[in-house]
Write a protein that binds this ligand. Sequence first.
Ligand SMILES: [Zn+2]
Length: 338
Amino acid sequence: MASRFEDLLHPRPEGLYCPPGDFYIDPVRPVERALITHGHADHARPGHSHVMATGQTLDIMAIRYGADHARTTQPAEYGEIIDIGDVSVRFHPAGHVLGSAQIAVEWQGMRIVASGDYKPRPDPTCAAFEPVDCDVFITEATFALPVFRHPEAASEIARLLASLRRNPDRAHMIGAYSLGKAQRVIRLLRDAGYSEPIYIHGALEKLCTYYQSEGIDLGELKPATVANGEKGQFAGAVVLGPPSAFGEAWVRRFPDPLISFASGWMSIRQRARQRGVELPLIISDHADWDELIETIERISPQEVWVTHGREEALVRWCAMNDILARPLHMVGYEDEAD
Ligand SMILES: [Zn+2]
C-alpha cells in the first residue's frame, strides 16, 4: 500500500527516512542527519554526523555516550518550527521520559507525526504528552493488546509502601531502567510521602543527578554500596538498580533482599515469576491498550503507521474502526525496555 504520504516519510533499514529533508528519525545505524525522539538506547544511538533533539535529550546522549557522540548537535525547543530544506519540523512533548518528543514533519500540506515512545498519563518527571493533529500518526505498539491495562502508578507505589511496612527488616531491591523509570519511581515515592534516603546503584547516579539539575526533586539519594559490617543500615531500605545489576552478586550483599521490578511487563505474572520478582510493580512509561486506542481516536488521523511492538492487534483494531493502518515492521527497537 503506497500513499503520497510515503513521499514525506518512509521506513528504510536505517530508520524512518524523510527524502525532502534528507534526514532520519531515530535511525538504528549511523547516518548523516538524525532527529532523535528520546534518549533510550534503541532510539538514540551514537555515531551520527548531525543530531537534532530536545536540549534534554542531547544532554542525556552526552551523559551516556560522551559529548563527542555526534559531530554537531542542534537543540530543538518544544513547539519551535525548524525548517530543514523544504520540510518544517516541530518537536512536541511525548510524556515518555525527560526530554522525550514526538516529531511532526510537514511538507506540501501534509503532516506526519512520529511519536517515538509515548504515554498520555501524567508523569511528574517529564512534560505531558500533547496530541498533535496530523494526517498520519506513527505509533509504537509495545503494549498493544487488550490484556495490557496499566493500573495507576500511585496504587503500585502504595503496594510498595505497604510491603515496606510489612517487611521492616528486608531491603527492597527495585529493578528499574536507568533513564526515566528509576527517576519516576523515586519521584512517585516522594509524592506518596516517603522521605527516607533512597539508595541507588552507581549506574543510576549520573541520570538521577541530571534529573535533579533539571528541577525534578528526587529528595535525598545515597549510593547503594554495602561495605563490610554495615549491612544493617539497609534493613527496610529502598534500593534501586538497573535490571542488569540483578543477576550480579550486588543484590545478595543486602539484608534478606526482597526483589521488586517496575515495568509494564510485570502485568504478566509468569514473567515476574521467571525473573524471581517477589513484588512486581506495574509501572510503565508506554501507553497501555486503552491509551493507544484513545490517542488514535482523539487525533483521528487519516492513516496510522505502527513501528514496533504488537503491531498486528493495533492494525486490526484500526481496520475494524475504518482507519487505514499498516505495520512498518521496523527492526532494532526493543520493546523489552520499559
Ligand atoms: Zn523509550
